[in-house]
Design a protein around this ligand. Structure first.
Ligand SMILES: C[S@@+](CC[C@H](N)C(=O)[O-])C[C@H]1O[C@@H](n2cnc3c(N)ncnc32)[C@H](O)[C@@H]1O
Length: 248
């Protein structure tokens, strides 16, 4: 099994892809190669591609080349969500922030979340962008996106989509107990704000994934999160995907 995506960030695309191709041509075993999302690995099992349910959920949510390329990150999240359910860790699921809801859809499909009668999946986002707002604009930010994301989960009554600014909105709508939390705000003060409200509510054995933790372009988040978590006795595992992983 190989996975070859040409989606890389911060490169001169044409020359970089030619260079990668030349590198791949010199690998003895032409199996187990992964390229994309700033990862080039070879000689790997890539076992998540053998997980048919994961592949089906991933294929079902992919709308763009980037969503396809971040499959290893998505596997990390799917693994975390599945693990807390399998181990019976009590609490709800949280994503700050969900943008189009693609990642949450994959996780919900993969874990059959609609059958998790005692859990709610809390999704937050601003969904819109106006000049002057501190968050990055994304291609599909619009007045309609909130409604579109609500519709995406119309058949899952235990998924709750909330429009508003994190952390302020968490004082109005938030779970009391959390089993799995994905923070992906691309904004250090907002991420620390989310942790301030929610980290104490994460159950023992719960899992926190910080999407941007290992990415140099978002280093401000790591610099804010490391001391905040260390002060509470936690240290982040930087994954090759660029995500940060914390067990409560
Ligand atoms: C990279 S996107 C999230 C992608 C999403 N986690 C996924 O996997 O598809 C970052 C999102 O954070 C949202 N955002 C940034 N700052 C925010 C804040 N303070 N409160 C709520 N949402 C925020 C943006 O609107 C944007 O949609």
């Amino acid at each position: 099994m190989n996975f070859l995506s040409s989606v890389f960030f911060g490169v001169k695309a044409e020359g970089f892809v030619k260079g990668v191709q030349s590198t791949l041509d010199n690998i003895s075993n032409q199996n187990g190669i992964f390229t994309g999302d700033n990862l080039i690995t070879f000689g790997r099992n890539l076992g998540f591609f053998e997980d048919e349910k994961f592949v089906q959920a991933w294929r079902g949510m992919v709308e763009t080349p980037v969503e396809e390329a971040i499959v290893w990150r998505l596997h990390t999240l799917a693994w975390a969500a599945r693990s807390v359910i399998a181990r019976g860790i009590p609490g709800d699921f949280v994503e700050c922030a969900c943008y189009k809801g693609g990642t949450a859809k994959l996780i919900a499909d993969y874990t059959d979340f609609k059958d998790q009668a005692d859990r709610t999946y809390y999704l937050y986002d601003l969904f819109e962008h106006e000049p002057g707002m501190p968050h990055h604009s994304m291609p599909e930010h619009s007045k309609q996106l909130y409604q579109r994301v609500q519709q995406r989960f119309a058949d899952m009554p235990n998924v709750r989509v909330t429009q508003g600014a994190v952390p302020q909105v968490l004082h109005e709508v938030a779970p009391q107990q959390v089993a799995f939390m994905h923070i992906d705000l691309n904004n250090a003060p907002a991420e620390i704000g989310a942790l301030e409200v929610l980290f104490d509510r994460v159950s023992p054995g719960g899992i926190l994934v910080l999407d941007d933790y290992g990415w140099l372009g978002y280093r401000a988040q790591k610099l804010a999160e490391d001391p905040w978590l260390a002060a509470r006795g936690y240290h982040v595992l930087e994954l090759p995907t660029g995500q940060g992983l914390v067990f409560k």
